[in-house]
Design a protein around this ligand. Structure first.
Ligand SMILES: Cc1cc2nc3c(=O)[nH]c(=O)nc-3n(C[C@H](O)[C@H](O)[C@H](O)COP(=O)(O)OP(=O)(O)OC[C@H]3O[C@@H](n4cnc5c(N)ncnc54)[C@H](O)[C@@H]3O)c2cc1C
Length: 475
């Protein structure tokens, strides 16, 4: 009987792993993907859905036809229990009907649990703030945003707050991109002067983005991301608050504690604040039925992999603390990739407020990094299927990352900040001065970025739907 590879989650990491496995193990193994809602979401374009400049249907596609085409089984369900002893996952479909699926190799790529409850009053359920973390959230943000716009068009002043809604949130880059798109869109609609725009972030410094910032050599001159972001905030007339850990939200007002400052609050008509990310709640049990969730995951709910989780001071962090294989230290047939794996420590330096609240921008695992991890794990599982020892590595302290933050979608008057860093996690042993190869880092702002961002949207949606030649588009 052929070995069975089971992938939980069909986002950037899981879906990329599935695409690669479809040809890497063709005829040698069966592959099944379990994910709810039969839908892939291209998250980077939700910043445009939230401002009403892209229709939501342009950011999603149905998974099943893609899997049918590449010979992969698809189960529309959610994983609930992973039995690492019997190698079985209990899944539940939309009606709540459970069933068990056996695996020989397992990839946990279930992405983030959006922990709105981690901040009292935050999120769509509480009704005070919005998010752009799902298509539905982005649509709700658009509706609320357009109400503020309509009020401004009728002459009424408005207040919009954008940022992160938890002291240990991540994904500041996506929130910043939304902020810049709101600014550009308000200008386009000729109401920018009637709206007070605030940027509220847990980053210790503007432009940190949870990766300890970025610097690049341009024409022999060192350029810092912090200066670039400050310039963009100043040019856009945004009130900006860094080092802020949001503690609670009430109707029309968000409260925060701030590193090196008094606690404060900001009033809003619309607040788009991203929540903290945690691991998707799943129970892990062994063959005897004993709950081993605490051994398999960190308290954050993310799965332990081959990283060094020993607690240490920020200055003692090492590049090789970061995982290479994304494989469970206890089970060599179980992997976790993308947001589902537990990072060993923050990349950005966290700080405490006067009351002792830790404010830290936690590590982002962006689409590109998640895709690279998905492909790497696919390659390693294919090696295991062939009886070989996995040898493909994808440490975040070795891999580059490119991020294009749009600042207006128009291909004629839009703009985007292009940020490239190599590697994502600083490695001071290899690059003693900056921890990165600054000649391979880049920071740029311009119309060319707007074209690149639009091109990426089309190229990646082509690839992810496994259309002809998809292998030519890299992660
Ligand atoms: C608004 C926004 C904008 C962004 N912009 C960018 C950008 O410009 N560039 C960039 O590189 N990154 C960007 N990101 C980050 C990027 O989206 C993430 O890095 C990426 O989605 C992580 O991939 P993942 O596969 O780990 O998780 P996801 O893509 O979230 O996929 C998780 C999958 O698991 C499924 N799932 C959940 N629970 C279960 C369960 N119990 N059982 C089975 N399946 C389950 C989900 O349905 C989904 O299919 C953005 C994120 C957001 C929110």
């Amino acid at each position: 009987m052929k070995p069975h590879i089971l992938i939980l989650g069909a986002g950037f990491a899981g879906h990329t792993a599935a695409l690669h496995l479809s040809y890497l193990v063709r005829n040698k193994a069966d592959v099944t993907v379990v994910a709810p809602n039969n839908r892939f979401t291209w998250f980077p374009s939700l910043v445009w859905v939230g401002t009403g400049t892209m229709r939501e249907k342009e950011t999603v596609f149905a998974l099943k036809p893609v899997y049918d085409k590449i010979g992969i089984a698809y189960v529309d369900a959610r994983a609930k229990i992973i039995n690492v002893g019997t190698q079985t996952v209990t899944v539940e479909d939309a009606a709540g009907t459970p069933s068990d699926i056996h695996y020989d190799y397992l990839v946990n790529a279930t992405g983030p649990y959006l922990n709105f409850e981690g901040t009292p009053g935050l999120g769509p359920a509480a009704g005070n703030t919005t998010s752009i973390c799902t298509v539905e959230h982005a649509v709700q943000t658009r509706e609320r945003y357009l109400e503020v716009v309509r009020a401004a068009q009728a002459g009424r002043r408005g207040r919009i707050v954008v940022g992160v809604g938890h002291p240990a949130a991540t994904c500041e880059g996506a929130a910043f991109e939304f902020l810049m798109n709101v600014h550009a869109d308000l200008k386009r609609r000729r109401v920018r002067d009637l709206i007070d725009l605030t940027w509220l972030t847990n980053e210790p410094e503007f432009g940190d983005f949870g990766v300890d910032g970025v610097e690049a050599l341009r024409g022999g001159v060192l350029v810092r991301g912090a200066s670039l972001v400050r310039m963009l905030l100043d040019e856009s007339n945004v009130q900006a608050i860094a080092g802020a850990g949001v503690t609670r939200v009430e109707p029309g007002r968000v409260h925060y504690e701030r590193v090196g400052d008094e606690p404060g609050s900001v009033e809003f008509d619309l607040a788009m604040l991203l929540p903290q990310f945690r691991g998707i709640p799943m129970r892990y049990i062994d063959a005897a039925g004993t709950d081993v969730t605490d051994a398999m995951t960190l308290p954050s709910g993310f799965m332990r992999v081959d990283a060094n989780y020993e607690p240490k001071a920020y200055e003692a962090y090492r590049a090789d603390d970061w995982p290479a294989l994304y494989r469970s230290p206890s089970y060599d047939n179980v992997y976790a990739v993308g947001i589902a794996f537990a990072p060993p420590h923050p990349i950005s330096k966290g700080k405490k407020t006067g009351s002792g609240l830790a404010v830290v921008a936690t590590p982002p695992r962006t689409g590109m990094a998640s895709g690279i991890m998905g492909r790497t794990v696919a390659e390693n599982i294919a090696m295991q299927v062939d009886g070989k020892t996995p040898s493909h590595h994808a440490r975040m302290s070795e891999m580059p990352a490119a991020c294009i933050a749009s600042m207006g979608k128009s291909l004629w008057s839009g703009s985007a900040a292009t940020i490239i860093m190599t590697p994502v996690v600083r490695d001071f042993e290899r690059y003693p001065k900056y921890g990165r190869d600054v000649s391979l880092c880049d920071l740029d702002v311009g119309l060319n970025g707007a074209w690149t961002k639009r091109l990426l949207h089309s190229a990646f949606l082509w690839k992810l739907q496994a259309k002809p030649g998809w292998q030519l588009v890299p992660e």
